[in-house]
Design a protein around this ligand. Structure first.
Ligand SMILES: Nc1ncnc2c1ncn2[C@@H]1O[C@H](COP(=O)(O)OP(=O)(O)O)[C@@H](O)[C@H]1O
Ligand SMILES: [Mg+2]
Length: 419
């Protein structure tokens, strides 16, 4: 239903898209993920014929966007990042207006409205001026606008940014409903939404596709599993053989535990976690296919340590997302490119995704901060026009093109915490 082949887009000398290729099949709901500035909106604007690509081709419903943009627009419902709503119109008038623009006759409009009101939850606000509506309702009106001509394909550009958590959840519910009988490409940087609404995701970073596939494959992309192990800091297990034999009567130091865990076959990396003062807590990583719990348990028994907690966790989509896209942020912050191993790897962004993943968890604090900033940047839902994106240069990663290569999976080797 959607096919992008080698799409490139230059804004002046700046390369916003670099050979982006992907396909979306009939009936799929695909998450289009990437940090701000990755090229999501640019791609969507090309697919919806608002701007033209500098290179490559795109087809929607089998029709080339360059050859027949009108036909493409008939097949697509598009909710731009800043929805073109008119505050002084009522919801009903606005939807009627978009329907007129689409050339629908009044009776078709009325019958469509029934379904739209139901699918987008608009019954209570049809007579209200759009300017009186909350953000959440405005986005639902935006969805309604995208559905008025009953298109088989929907392209939704960050439909939930700017919404509060309840509104987000609601809009996602409506999108799930809409996705039952349509093909949907949904851009977002909210991973929970992708988990909720999509079976497949495409991750873009700096104008390139860095991952594409079912969510389970993308989660597995990191190639590692995480273990959390917590050992009592002040006590030993007095029933243990080691204790009874008197070979250990002293609780272990964190270095001892760390070293012993790190020496287990299959452990790729050990990192101490902050915890209360009675325990040593560690995060280990090991290969995806393996299970280190038995070895960890046996080590603990043999040493006579008192095990407080052990957990095995698959990598989350969020871990993979961070690892694959975090080169952007590092470069933005002007961190020295070659100062330390981890950084050198991370600056490659996509290129060093898996290597970066090994230390991605260290960045939690930093990156949460960034997300907040990103969200704050996106105010302004009143803008009435689709404007080709001139207002979006909010300083994410423009002008830094540091020539990463695409192979994100090469170096899955873990590294010890570099900070
Ligand atoms: N009209 C424009 N002129 C110059 N640069 C632009 C324009 N639109 C977008 N960009 C830049 O292109 C990059 C990709 O932008 P965009 O597609 O909006 O990213 P996303 O939607 O993923 O946040 C960004 O670095 C952005 O600043
Ligand atoms: Mg965007």
């Amino acid at each position: 239903m959607i096919e992008a082949k080698g799409l490139s887009k230059l804004y002046g000398p700046f390369r916003a898209l670099d050979k982006v290729s992907f396909q979306v099949k009939r009936g799929e709901v695909v998450g289009f993920l990437g940090p701000n500035g990755a090229g999501k909106s640019t791609t969507m604007r090309i697919l919806t014929c608002f701007i033209s690509a500098t290179g490559g081709t795109a087809k929607v419903h089998g029709v080339d966007v360059f050859d027949d943009p009108l036909e493409v627009r008939r097949k697509i419902g598009y909710l731009p990042q800043r929805a073109p709503l008119y505050g002084e119109m009522t919801v009903w008038d606005y939807l009627q207006f978009t329907s007129d623009m689409r050339g629908l006759d009044p009776s078709t409009f009325k019958s469509r409205m029934k379904r739209i009101v139901e699918v987008c939850g608009l019954a209570k606000v049809l007579g209200k001026d759009i300017r009186q509506l909350s953000h959440g309702y405005r986005q639902r009106v935006g969805l309604g606008q995208a559905l008025v001509h009953d298109p088989p394909i929907l392209i939704l550009d960050e439909p939930t940014s700017d919404l509060d958590p309840n509104e987000k959840a609601e809009v996602i519910r409506y999108i799930q409903e809409i996705g039952k009988d349509r093909t949907v490409l949904l851009s977002t940087h909210n991973l929970a939404e992708v988990e909720a609404a999509c079976a497949r995701a495409i991750i873009v970073s700096k104008g390139r596709v860095v991952a594409d596939g079912p969510l389970s494959d993308i989660r597995a992309k990191s190639g590692t599993v995480r273990y959390l192990v917590t050992i009592h800091e002040q006590k030993l297990y007095e029933g243990s053989e080691a204790y009874r034999a008197g070979s250990t009567r002293r609780p272990p130091s964190s270095d001892e535990v760390s070293e012993a865990l790190g020496a287990l076959p299959g452990v790729q990396r050990v990192r101490e976690l902050p915890t209360d003062d009675k325990a040593h807590a560690f995060e280990l990583s090991g290969a995806l296919g393996g299970d280190l719990r038995e070895a960890i348990f046996q080590l603990v028994v043999q040493k006579g340590w008192l095990l407080l907690e052990m957990r095995r966790e698959s990598q989350t989509l969020e871990d993979v997302f961070k690892a694959l896209t975090r080169g952007d942020e590092r470069a933005d912050r002007g961190r020295p490119l070659l100062a330390e191993d981890d950084d050198a790897a991370a600056v490659g962004g996509a290129a060093a995704g898996a290597a970066a993943l090994a230390s991605a968890a260290d960045e939690d604090e930093d990156e949460d901060e960034d997300e907040d900033e990103d969200e704050a940047d996106e105010g302004d839902d009143d803008a009435a026009e689709e404007n080709g994106g001139d207002d979006e240069s909010d300083g994410d990663d423009e002008n830094d093109d540091d020539g990463d290569d695409d192979d994100a999976d090469d170096d899955a080797k873990g590294k010890k915490d570099g900070r």
